[in-house]
Design a protein. Structure first.
Length: 326
């Protein structure tokens, strides 16, 4: 299993005041930040998380846990908010979190007590979850419910082997418990509240791709997947020609095309698929102009981008936006 630290996540770490160079140095991880993605082994990933744990302040933990800060570049957060209610959102989050982190999220509904219990574990043998990671994921789930419902939902209980600071206790809203295990409990009626962020149109676009990526998780290093990951970083920077992508992957253009042909897919098909996914995410960001979105998706002018979007989806951008609000 290889774990990717995206350029967007690297930027976020920098924006909240952490030195990624220093973290990598202390974790004894080669500094390859000149690449668009930093690929780590499970062992390196654990070291990376523990070094972040040593550096974070309470304010930075809360910034990491605010779903509004990270949903734009982490699909599991975004698709969870598209759900109809909190229970559906948490289950989506648990399912697709595996795409970016080796985390197992067990969700148990206790109908007798009318509660929902959430337990977190790493999917890495003989590993211990750092304090930051455990508390961050618990706080993210609270943030998810509060953001989705637009209400200040408070857990019934929360516990972990690590003490919670006063600032984190204030955010949670109840007194946490120290325990050998971890758990986060909500009233069932709270997680069944409808999400004001529900977006079935966006979900219908994203679900097939997320399911496909889950199916490929066991073969994460397949060549098609590597090309696709490279395109996600290369397209916004306008460096995604066949030659540039092949060079990044360390193969010839002919070899790249031959490998893709074995999967019954062409380079241009992959480019267009990634462009569509990027376009959907960027259109969702209301602060971006059409010209800016066109550039980030790899088009020199917005007219060409608009025609391409209509070809991909069957809708104009205006029609697509209007369907989102339905």
């Amino acid at each position: 299993m290889k774990l990717a630290i995206s350029k967007q996540f690297q930027t976020f770490i920098h924006e909240i005041g952490l030195s990624l160079d220093l973290i990598l140095q202390r974790a004894d991880i080669p500094n390859l930040l000149w690449k668009e993605e930093l690929i780590l082994s499970p062992t390196q990933y654990l070291k990376f998380l523990f070094e972040i744990d040593h550096e974070l302040t309470d304010e930075q933990i809360l910034a990491f846990s605010d779903i509004g800060n990270v949903k734009s570049f982490m699909p599991p957060f975004f698709v969870a908010l598209c759900a109809g209610n909190g229970l559906e959102g948490i289950r989506r989050f648990a399912k697709y979190k595996k795409l970016i982190c080796p985390l197992i999220i067990d969700v148990e509904v206790d109908e007798t007590k009318e509660e929902i219990n959430i337990y977190l574990n790493f999917d890495i043998p003989n590993s211990t979850m750092p304090r930051f990671t455990l508390h961050n994921e618990q706080l993210v789930l609270i943030s998810l419910l509060r953001t989705g419902t637009g209400t200040s939902i408070t857990p019934v209980r929360i516990k972990s082997p690590y003490p919670y600071s006063e600032k984190l206790r204030q955010y949670i809203g109840i007194a946490p418990t120290l325990d050998k295990t971890n758990a986060l409990t909500f009233h069932l009626q709270d997680v069944l509240l409808p999400f004001v962020t529900q977006n079935n149109v966006m979900w219908s676009y994203l679900e097939p791709e997320l399911k496909r990526r889950l199916n490929e998780l066991s073969t994460e290093n397949s060549f098609e997947n590597l090309v696709e990951k490279t395109l996600f970083s290369a397209i916004p920077s306008q460096t995604f020609s066949r030659e540039e992508i092949a060079t990044t992957l360390g193969v010839s253009v002919r070899t790249m095309q031959r490998k893709l042909k074995r999967k019954n897919i062409t380079f241009i098909q992959l480019v267009q698929k990634v462009q569509l996914l990027l376009a959907i995410n960027y259109i969702k960001a209301a602060d971006l102009s059409l010209a800016e979105i066109a550039s980030l998706v790899g088009y020199q002018d917005q007219a060409s981008f608009s025609r391409a979007f209509k070809h991909w989806t069957g809708d104009t951008i205006t029609q697509f936006k209007s369907k989102q609000s339905v």
